[in-house]
Design a protein around this ligand. Sequence first.
Ligand SMILES: [Fe+2]
Length: 240
Amino acid sequence: MKRSEINQIMKDSLRFMQKMNFYLPPFAFWSPAEWKRKGPECREIVTQQMGWDITDFGSGDFKRIGLFLFTIRNGTISELSKINGKVYAEKILIVQENQITPTHFHFQKMEDIINRGGGELVIRLWNSTPHEKLAKSNVTVSCDGVNTTVKAGGTVVLKPGASICLPSHLYHEFWGKKGAGPILVGEVSRVNDDHIDNRFYKTVGRFSTVEEDEAPLYLLYNDYKNHYAFYQSALDQSGI
Ligand SMILES: [Fe+2]
């Protein structure tokens, strides 16, 4: 993706979130120059993969296959083995009409996907086989505490306020229903590690390669390594 496109998506997303009365934490608005001056006190943001995350999954066509995410809070996988570890995560997503997030599951992450307002979110579901193929069996999920069963590849539609609980190893893809407008989507989950926990059914690029045609407005979390002086020591200290 071009940096200019990423910058524009950031501006458009901020406008949409403001309209929806949703606000990002302070570090969302640190400029690249501010990041250069930051010290070890903010290493958690880096080690726990918090911040802006805009991807076209390598499609070259963000509007058709892509997703806007911002990770608001997160733990690390190592926290799972601690009795008092930070084992949870929260993200905010924006999904456009007919904009697909490709079929995937998570090896350990269980996630609740919540329609926080706007249009309607369509989610297609499959169980996975032991060989990580699409199973032909019916899928039963909990939607706001109510067990719901669909056929393999069947869909569930989340209207504003509705949510679905996706257990690990359950294949899902989603998009915004045509004609219903963009959707503000919440994600509340176990810890998230996008480098090792995602299984995409078809090979995609989870992170876009960025063509630097202008300066970044704000950093994607994938940019921290190029702007944050304590990046490597933060990773070394956390044992990642
Ligand atoms: Fe997912």
